[in-house]
Design a protein around this ligand. Structure first.
Ligand code: FES
Length: 163
């Protein structure tokens, strides 16, 4: 595919030995899809169409199959994001226990809606499905850490640590 008359840059893994190591752990190439996606995201920051095409070629499947994996798991990002990712669970238990107010709070405080990033690239706000800790709702995942039973005040204290 071409854009603006120039060939689209092709994604390549910076560490081909790590790719070989991943493949060696599985009897079937397709089983390496998720670890390859994690590796690509750690390299690029997100999963671009070029990453999807490259991984599909490596595991010998259609790009739509790789895209299915990417769209199923909320830990994969399909566009560039800020330095800190605020994922707020929007599923029933969290929603009934104040998650919607937490989303509104971020929107008011940083002027970003779900899916958007602050102008200074400090925060990206995302609404996600159940984070698997419904008994401690509302739950927010800040980067890779869970923060449970959040009140607006506790959430503010958490956000202040990343400002
Ligand atoms: S409903 Fe939010 S963690 Fe399950």
């Amino acid at each position: 595919m071409k854009s603006n008359g120039k060939p689209k840059p092709r994604f390549t893994f910076e560490d081909p030995e790590r790719v070989e190591q991943i493949f060696s752990q599985y009897p079937d190439k397709k089983s390496a899809t998720l670890p390859l996606l994690h590796l690509a995201q750690s390299q690029e920051g997100y999963i671009s169409n070029s990453v999807i095409d490259s991984i599909a070629e490596l595991v010998d499947c259609h790009p739509a199959v790789v895209m299915d994996c990417v769209s199923f798991y909320t830990m994969f990002y399909t566009k560039p994001h800020g330095r800190n990712i605020i994922q707020i669970c929007q599923t029933l238990s969290c929603s009934l226990n104040g998650a919607d107010e937490l989303v509104d709070h971020v929107t008011d405080k940083y002027k970003i809606k779900p899916g958007e990033t602050t102008a200074d690239d400090q925060f990206t706000l995302m609404k996600v499905e159940c984070l698997g800790s419904c008994g401690t709702a509302p739950v927010v995942q800040m980067n890779k850490e869970y923060h449970e039973s959040l009140t607006k005040q506790k959430f503010d204290e958490l956000l202040a640590e990343f400002e």
